[in-house]
Design a protein around this ligand. Structure first.
Ligand code: ZN
Length: 133
């Protein structure tokens, strides 16, 4: 893994949170994106070498809606940039981690992504992401 690419934060109201985090960072988010397949609306902030991704559910079945019901708003996942997501998935499976996506899927921000089950990572949802060419 190369570096922390971004940290995902689950929020109830992304418009409100965009203002809150803009005030925190001293600059506005630089893009928003809806990932229909995941039922999320996202926005991204550039913070030095890493990004912050805000996630709001667009449907009640969205994993973000379920997360907020269970745990409330807050840190949802940590995403690590990888150069070769396929071989990284294979390596992590061999290490005994539970990979939720055997085949990487399309995520926000032009990335191929895969998640590791938090049960196998001390309660932290881990996202692997590889920039699409
Ligand atoms: Zn993410």
């Amino acid at each position: 893994m190369k570096k922390i690419e971004h940290i995902g934060i689950a929020v109830k109201d992304i418009e409100k949170s965009n203002k809150l985090f803009a005030a925190l960072f001293g600059k506005p988010h630089y893009k928003t994106e809806t990932v229909k397949s995941e039922g999320v609306k996202t926005s991204f902030f550039d913070v030095g070498p890493n990004k912050i991704e805000l996630l709001e559910a667009t449907t009640p079945e969205s994993p973000i809606a379920k997360f907020i019901t269970k745990k409330g708003e807050g840190v949802h996942h940590i995403a690590f940039a990888v150069t070769d997501i396929i071989s990284e998935i294979k390596r992590l499976k061999e290490e005994g981690f539970t990979v939720l996506n055997e085949t990487p899927k399309m995520g926000a921000d032009n990335k191929m992504v895969a998640f590791l089950h938090p049960k196998s990572t001390n309660g932290v949802l881990i996202e692997l992401c590889q920039e699409r060419e």
